[in-house]
Design a protein around this ligand. Structure first.
Ligand code: KIV
Length: 277
């Protein structure tokens, strides 16, 4: 059995911290799952760290489903959460339901995530009523980057802080099982976490959240265009890959790869026969 939303909600009640990481492929999902991370988000950050776009806006349902299927194949225990891409849930409740259902039915995810608070609460209610668990996402919502005017800390004024609290409560009332708080001042994230009963999962929101999420490519040091302030690099995989690839290049050029160990032999008389003709 995979991790359920009840278990995640229980973790908040018991004061157990919740870990979540993104994944976009089979191999990474397998490693994350085997490490015991209970929540795997197939984030639309796919657009930045896998597809090379400047934002998440160009990401499509087809992109997301392709990668969600791979992550679902690679994991056995974790709950796989599919991130609804830009404009796949805003236009109508029908769109929101159809696209959420595609994540569950075609992508083999167990839940979906969407960005927004009060403005999407009606959609969240409808998706949940159809039996699909929903994770909310407020604060810095990258799909609204053009409206927000850049990657800025959200909720710093009294008015903005009150709006974020209203958004979190609206998501809870609409039936969301958890909510991501992205790039929110730590004291406000703590206040929100104490004001709602569903878990908050922070990214750049301090240690007072009920859990933490990170983009796997950031914590592994695999994505090198920039390192977000909220990320800690636990490894520098890009350097390891670069060294290995350079060594391979040099070996091939020098004729030292492949050796007999990586090659296959055959009966020499066959080659002799070929050479006679
Ligand atoms: O797309 C993503 O990776 C996300 C996380 C940063 C929460 O939304």
């Amino acid at each position: 059995m995979r991790i359920s939303i009840n278990l995640i909600k229980d973790m908040k009640q018991k004061g157990e911290k919740i870990t979540m990481l993104t994944a976009y492929d089979y191999t990474t999902a397998k490693i994350i799952d085997e490490a015991g991370i209970p929540l795997i988000l197939v984030g639309d950050s796919l657009g930045n760290v896998v597809l090379g776009y400047e934002s998440t806006i160009p990401v499509t349902m087809a992109d997301m489903l392709h990668h969600t299927k791979a992550v679902a194949r690679g994991s056995r225990k974790a709950m796989v959460i599919g991130d609804l891409p830009f404009m796949t849930y805003h236009i109508s409740s029908e769109d929101a339901l159809r696209n959420s259902a595609r994540f569950i039915q075609e992508g083999n995810a167990q839940a979906v995530k969407l960005e927004g608070g009060v403005n999407v609460a009606d959609k969240v209610r409808k998706i949940v009523d159809c039996g699909i668990p929903v994770m909310g996402h407020i604060g810095l919502t990258p799909q609204s980057i053009n409206q927000l005017g850049g990657f800025k800390v959200q909720g710093k004024s009294l008015e903005a802080a009150r709006k974020l609290i209203d958004d979190a409560k609206a998501l809870e009332e609409a039936g969301a099982f958890a909510v991501v708080l992205e790039t929110v001042p730590a004291p406000l994230a703590t206040f929100i976490s104490q004001s709602i009963n569903i878990p908050t999962i922070g990214i750049g929101a301090g240690a007072g959240c009920d859990g933490q999420v990170q983009v796997v490519s950031d914590i592994l040091g695999l994505f090198t265009d920039f390192v977000p302030r909220h990320a800690k690099q636990y490894a520098r995989i890009a350097d390891i890959m670069s060294n290995a690839i350079t060594e391979y290049y040099n070996d091939v050029k020098a004729g030292s790869f492949p050796t007999d160990k990586q090659s296959f032999s055959m009966d020499e008389s066959i080659i002799a026969e070929l050479e006679r003709r």
